[in-house]
Write a protein that binds this ligand. Sequence first.
Ligand code: G6P
Length: 615
Amino acid sequence: MCGIVGAVADRDVTPILIEGLRRLEYRGYDSAGIALLTAAGTVERRRAQGKVQQLADAIEASPVQGLRGIAHTRWATHGVPSERNAHPHMSEGQIALVHNGIIENHERLRAELKAAGYVFTSETDTEVVAHLLNQCFKRSNDLLKAMHETVSRLHGAYAIVALDRREPDRLVCARAGCPVVLGEGEGETKGEFYVASDVQALLPQTRQFRFLEEGDVAEIGPRGIAIFDAKGQAVDRPLRESELSADAVERGDYAHYMLKEIFEQPRAIGDTLAERITGNRVLEASFGPRAKDILPKVRGVHIVACGTSYHAGLIARYYIEQGARLPCTVEVASEFRYRRPVVLPGTLLIAISQSGETADTLAALRYARELGYLATATICNVPESSLVREADLVLMTRAGPEIGVASTKAFTTQLAALSLLGLVLARHNGMEAAIEAEFVRQIAHVPEVVEKTLALEPKIREWAAHFANKHHALFLGRGPTFPVAMEGALKLKEISYIHAEAYAAGELKHGPLALVDEDMPVIAVAPNNALLEKLKSNLQEVRARGGKLYVIADPNTGFVSEPGTEVLLMPEHIEAVQAPLVYTIPLQLLAYHVAVIRGTDVDQPRNLAKSVTVE
Ligand code: G6P
């Protein structure tokens, strides 16, 4: 899940590469590096531990220029974050190479290459690839052939870009399991060619892209792009124009991307719903041309996802089971892909993913094809992603680029999309038109009520001050708001580093109650639903043990603030179908403000990365 970028131009490519890395920093940010082919025909490298800014400082202190270059921002897998382990890795001063992914057979290859006399200077699996490419080059004197031969020896997942001083006119790259996009300059940048992990990295240069497919090897040079499939046959990958604008990833006046993204939610949810609903029904065609054939045949659903997207799946189970009356299981993709699930006829596999590139989720989707599913579907936020290209049915969330590592608007837009899917499935399973119309009305109202909920921010900021010096927090919910509590706990731990757990409130007395004392704040999500009275009893159990309660409640639930209990009332009654989306908002804001008070790196929390393209 590192970020890679490369460029070939008639001008110094250093600024293109550094800007690209800044835009890819969400993929990893523990070290960064750049390698350029200089006018003197040498390969010059600068690397730095830490963020891209540290690299930019290193380049300022020791400038370097070149018309061809590659760069990398790292999220460590093999070897600690350090300058020595930072990419690009080199072989004998000839080749420089950057890599995203994991080479599983690196140990064997390393032993082989050491025996052949290659000297290793890092603990990374990537350095193995640099030496292997060099070894292959010496056999054929052709960098492209050498890349084909190299990848035929690699097991694992990779996106690779390399340059070689013996072939100064091209960069070569390869894709297996990790995304690679090629960019073609236009207008002022015409004649320039680029390669990167995603289109965002290159948007300041171009909006014209070709996407490598699995097993592809390609070269970019001053004369253009050539792409070959796994068998070495020249192939054409269509040129597509990205709809993203370069400033979609600007932070504006917000202190952090995460805050900007929290406040974008009314717009993002509105966009996700727009054109998918009429006044009274969900438009089935929103899921793609095959939806009308596939969705009526669905008899059950399996959902796979990771992280925050997994929480969206847990909530979707309520839409699908209670709403559509179809059996639904939800599982983290890393577990699913190594089980042999029993797939009954008519089962739809749904992969939920913001990025569409999460390695485990993508592997789960591919695995599903062998297992006899009716079809696969994805709920995804990145139109050009692998999941979108490979699933049978697609519903795009329209959150726009999400930069903060802690997912916010991607989650609530996933919920919006999943609620629509639940309604289409329910219709096929006999839901009456009038009931669907009522649900559609309630869902369409969500952007407005999210807007009103965002206005609670000042009160939540006050609450945050109470959490800032705590070491632990407990989140409680019941029914569909239990996964909301899980998401709240995940947000808090991700960005404030406070240990947080979520429990189904009914489970409290089966263990976690033992932890409750005045130092353990308990946050409860309390919509006005059939489980309200049971939740109230659970909360009494907390109060009776001296635990301090923070309750986020529906206005007519009867909760009032009193010593030991703080209550935040929602702006209006929240309907069941709206509750997961709307109750998430205060929990996002709480995590955000606690993190700000604690002074953590909100947008790029330690040890994490936004896009996890390794297992
Ligand atoms: C990482 C991110 C999370 C995200 C998860 C799944 O862990 O930090 O925010 O929920 O990956 O990512 P996906 O892109 O598949 O939704």
